[in-house]
Design a protein around this ligand. Structure first.
Ligand SMILES: [Ca+2]
Ligand SMILES: [Ca+2]
Ligand SMILES: [Ca+2]
Length: 268
């Protein structure tokens, strides 16, 4: 990585030749974390993987970021990572989280605090061809990269890995999940090659994206903010899925203005 020493580096969307165009976010309409707020819409990044056998380890890096304030809002956008048995749909592994709000509402997911985010400041994901369809930013910061490992007990077989980020209650105010460094190892520790597990191809090859997302080299902080931005955790490129990109109903420009108005009212 070459981001060191620069507070505001190039906001780098990698050229997305061959990438599937990002579509509108996906309607969900289910209360995923059972906190009383319907998850309205979101984005999914998935792929199938062949698990070589018991003791195999699947690992990846993830970072959660949001503009849903923790101070005065009561909107708890969520993320979830699941691994399903491809044949039975059984959930084999899961991690999840939500943006903590005052008066915690009993989410079954894990609270993620943004009061002192590990990547502070406003983080911007610029729009670009093949990436996100509108300007996106995360003004309550990001919880920087974490590594997650799932250890399998299964016999050899296919699993589906699913990354999800979703709006709760409404369809505004951005939340995102960054993903990088997907690796698979046998029980012996021997690596099992995974095509484009670290997104170094600069596109979503070997992955399936439903909703808004793209590949990035860096999410920048706005000049004057105290943030350091977010680089890839492995190599030069990572993936980001977000809750943006869909303004409900016809007349996108006018409704966009309405959405901004709502956004302004909700913000401090
Ligand atoms: Ca919910
Ligand atoms: Ca939201
Ligand atoms: Ca990478």
């Amino acid at each position: 990585m070459n981001h060191h020493g620069s507070v505001v580096a190039l906001a780098g969307i990698v050229a997305c030749a061959g990438a599937a165009p990002a579509g509108p976010v996906v309607d969900i309409g289910i209360d995923l974390d059972q906190n009383g707020q319907i998850e309205t819409e979101g984005s999914f990044l998935t792929r199938t993987i062949s698990i070589p056998g018991p003791g195999a380890v699947l690992s990846f890096d993830w970072a959660f970021m949001s503009s849903e304030a923790t101070a005065d809002d009561d909107v708890e956008d969520v993320f979830r990572v699941r691994v399903y048995d491809f044949d039975t749909n059984e959930v084999l592994h899961e991690i999840n989280g939500y943006v903590v709000s005052p008066g915690d509402s009993g989410s079954l997911f894990t609270p993620r605090h943004f009061d002192k985010p590990s990547v502070p400041g406003t983080i911007v994901a610029p729009s670009a061809p093949g990436g996100l369809t509108q300007d996106t930013f995360f003004e309550d910061g990001a919880i920087g990269w974490f590594n997650q490992q799932f250890v399998f007990t299964n016999d050899p077989g296919q699993v589906l890995v699913e990354f999800l980020v979703a709006d709760a209650a409404d369809r505004i105010v951005d939340t995102g999940l960054a993903i990088d460094n997907l690796q698979l190892h046998e029980a012996s520790g021997a690596p099992v090659p995974l095509d484009n597990g670290s997104f170094e191809s600069g596109d979503m090859s070997f992955w399936s994206l439903a909703g808004e997302g793209g590949t990035f080299t860096f999410l920048e902080s706005i000049p004057g903010e105290s943030g350091e931005g977010l680089p890839a955790s492995a190599g030069d490129v990572f993936a980001l899925i977000t809750t943006t990109g869909q303004v409900p109903g016809p007349g996108a420009a006018a409704l966009g203005a309405i959405a901004l108005g709502l956004l302004g009212r909700r913000r401090r």
